[in-house]
Design a protein around this ligand. Structure first.
Ligand code: HEM
Length: 501
C-alpha cells in the first residue's frame, strides 16, 4: 500500500514538474511582449498530424504580420521568430548577415559524414567551404557544363518520344525527376545514367530514398533544424545505405579519374581539385585546408539533393501552369523557336540567354511555387531589432516564410494568377528586393542558382520545342500543395497530356 502511495506521489510530482517546465517555456514570447501564436502541449505550434508541415504555422503567423516585424512560435519548446517585415528580413539576410550566418542545423560528422555539407555547416567551416566552392558556379563554369546538360536533354527527348508511342497521359514529376537526376548525376558524379529508360537506375532509386517522406524522417528533420536534443541523440538524418552509396560512388569516380587522368570540366573535377590542391582565403594570405574524401562526398551529395528535386519541381509547376494557360504556352514556344532559328536551329548557351520570356516564366513559376518554402538563420549574438525595443536573443532561430511573402497580394496582386509579366524588368524594379526569395538572399543564398536556372530553362525549352502540354482527365485542378521533406510538392500526382508537335 505504502509503495502504491509513493508511486502516486512521484507521478503527481513528475507531472507537476513537466507542467511547470512547459508553462515556463511557453511564456517566453509573452514575457518579451512579442505577439505569438498560442502553443499546445507537447509539440508547441507543430501539427500533430504532420510534424514536418510548417505551412499551418506560417499561415497563422502571416495573418498577424501587421503587429510586429516578427511573430513568435514554438517548435516543441524552442522559441522561433518568424519574420514578416521585409526590411527586418533584409537586415537578417543581408545587412546584419555577420550576426545571422548560420542555419543552426545539427551535423553529425562522425556517424554521418554526409551531414557535413555546405547547407548545414556554420561558422568558419561554412565560410571557408563557401569560398572554395563559389568558383564552381560562375557563368564561365556553367558554359563548360552546358553541353553535358544539352546532351542529357537530347537523350531525354528521344526516350520520351518512345514512351509517347504507348501513352500520352504522363506523370510529369516522375519524368522530370529522371531528367534532373541524369543532369546532376553526370555533372556532379560523372556517371552517365538514363533514368527514364531504366526506372530502376541506381541514382533515381537513391534520389527517391533520400526524399522519401516518413514521419520519422520529418521528426528527424525538425529536430536537426531546431534542437540540441539532436546532438545528444547523435541523430543521423540519412541511413547507412545512403551514406555508403554516395561515399562509395565518389571514391570510385575519383579513383577512376585520377588513374586514367580523366577531365570533364564538371563539379567533380572541381571538387577533386579542392581535395588535391591548396586554396587561399579571400585576402589570398591564409592557406585553406584541402578537402578530405568524405568532405568531397558530402558536397557532391548536397549538389545532388539540392540540385535535382528543386529544379524538377520548378519544371513540373511550370508545365502545369503552361498547360492551364495555353496562350502563355504559345507565346513562349514562339520565342523558343524564333531564338533557336537565329542560333542555327540549336539550343546554344547564347540562345538560352536570349530567351527572355522563358526567364520570366521560370521566375513566375518560382514565385508562385517556391520549392524551398522557408529560409532559416540563427542569431549568433543578442540582436536589437531596428526601430523597436525588441531583442532577438543569441541562439534564437529566425525563419522567413518565402511562400507566404510570395503570395501576399500587397506585393503580387491577384497572387494565384500565373502572370510572367510580373517579372518584366521595370515591374521587378518597383518591388522590394525581399519579395522574391526563391533562392534566398545575402551571402548565404543558393550557391547553385545559375545551375538550377540553367537546367530548368534547357529542359523546358527542349520540351516546349517538341511537345504541347494540355490538362488531362487525371490533372488535379486545382492542385493541393504540401511541403515534403522541406520541398514543395503536389499532394496528387501531376498528370498532363503530352502531344508531339
Ligand atoms: C530551381 C532550383 C533551385 C532552387 C529554387 C534552390 C533554392 C535554394 C534556397 C532557397 C536555398 C537557401 C538560401 C538561403 O537560405 O538564403 C538554397 C541553398 C543552397 N542550394 Fe539551392 N536551389 C536550387 C538549385 C540548386 C542547385 C542546382 C544546387 C547545386 C548544384 C543547389 C545547391 C544549394 C546549396 C549547396 C545551398 C546551400 C548554400 C549555403 O548555405 O552556402 N541549389 N537553394
Amino acid at each position: 500500500m505504502e509503495f502504491f502511495t509513493s508511486v502516486i506521489w512521484l507521478t503527481v510530482i513528475l507531472l507537476g514538474v513537466v507542467y511547470f517546465y512547459f508553462r515556463r517555456k511557453y511564456s517566453y514570447w509573452k514575457n518579451r511582449g512579442v505577439p505569438y501564436i498560442e502553443p499546445t502541449f507537447p509539440l508547441g505550434n507543430l501539427s500533430r498530424k504532420n510534424i514536418g508541415n510548417l505551412r499551418e504555422v506560417f499561415e497563422k503567423v502571416y495573418n498577424m504580420r501587421e503587429k510586429c516585424p516578427f511573430v513568435g512560435a514554438y517548435f516543441v519548446v524552442k522559441p522561433v521568430a518568424i519574420a514578416t517585415d521585409l526590411d527586418f528580413i533584409k537586415d537578417v539576410l543581408v545587412k546584419d548577415f555577420n550576426n545571422f550566418h548560420g542555419r543552426g542545423i545539427h551535423i553529425n560528422e562522425k556517424d554521418s559524414p554526409l551531414s557535413a555539407h555546405l547547407f548545414a555547416l556554420d561558422g568558419p567551416k561554412w565560410r571557408s567551404l563557401r569560398m572554395k566552392l563559389s568558383p564552381t558556379f560562375t557563368s564561365g563554369k556553367m558554359k563548360y557544363m552546358f553541353p553535358s546538360i544539352v546532351g542529357v536533354s537530347e537523350q531525354f527527348n528521344q526516350t520520351l518520344g518512345e514512351i509517347l508511342h504507348d501513352q500520352s497521359d504522363i506523370d510529369v514529376k516522375e519524368i522530370l525527376s529522371c531528367f534532373t537526376t541524369d543532369v546532376i548525376g553526370t555533372c556532379a558524379f560523372g556517371v552517365e545514367c538514363n533514368s527514364l529508360k531504366d526506372p530502376n537506375a541506381v541514382f533515381r532509386e537513391y534520389g527517391r530514398k533520400v526524399l522519401k517522406p516518413s514521419k520519422l524522417r520529418s521528426i528527424a528533420l525538425v529536430l536537426a533544424r531546431t534542437s540540441k536534443l539532436a546532438a545528444t541523440l547523435r541523430l543521423s538524418v540519412f541511413g547507412k545505405d545512403i551514406t555508403n552509396f554516395f561515399i562509395g560512388i565518389v571514391r570510385q569516380t575519383i579513383e577512376h579519374r585520377e588513374k586514367n587522368n580523366v577531365k570533364r570540366n564538371d563539379f567533380m573535377d572541381l571538387l577533386i581539385d579542392l581535395k588535391n590542391n591548396d586554396t587561399l582565403d579571400e585576402d589570398k594570405k591564409i592557406k585553406l585546408e584541402k578537402l578530405t574524401l568524405e568532405q568531397v562526398a558530402a558536397q557532391a551529395f548536397v549538389f545532388f539533393v539540392a540540385g535535382f528535386e528543386t529544379s524538377s519541381t520548378t519544371m513540373m509547376f511550370a508545365l502545369y501552369e503552361l498547360a492551364l494557360n495555353q496562350e502563355i504556352q504559345d507565346k513562349l514556344r514562339t520565342e523558343i523557336n524564333t531564338v533557336c532559328a537565329k542560333h542555327g536551329g540549336r539550343l546554344t548557351y547564347e540562345a538560352m540567354n536570349d530567351m527572355v520570356y522563358l526567364g520570366q516564366v521560370v521566375n513566375e513559376t518560382l514565385r508562385k511555387h517556391p520549392p524551398v518554402v522557408v529560409l532559416q538563420r540563427v542569431a549568433q549574438d543578442d540582436y536589437k531589432v531596428a526601430n523597436t525595443k525588441l531583442v532577438i536573443e543569441k541562439g534564437t532561430t529566425v525563419m522567413v516564410p518565402t511562400y507566404q511573402i510570395q503570395h501576399d497580394e500587397r506585393y503580387y496582386p491577384n497572387p494565384e494568377k500565373f502572370d510572367p509579366d510580373r517579372f518584366l524588368p521595370e515591374v521587378c524594379k518597383s518591388r522590394h528586393p525581399m519579395t522574391f526569395l526563391s533562392f534566398g538572399d545575402g551571402p548565404r543564398n543558393c550557391i547553385g542558382l545559375r545551375f538550377g536556372r540553367l537546367q530548368s530553362r534547357v529542359g523546358l525549352a527542349m520540351l516546349l520545342k517538341n511537345y504541347r502540354f494540355e490538362p488531362s482527365e487525371k490533372t488535379p485542378i486545382p492542385k493541393k500543395l504540401l511541403p515534403r521533406g522541406g520541398i514543395l510538392a503536389s499532394v496528387d500526382r501531376l498528370h498532363l497530356k503530352i502531344i508531339k508537335i
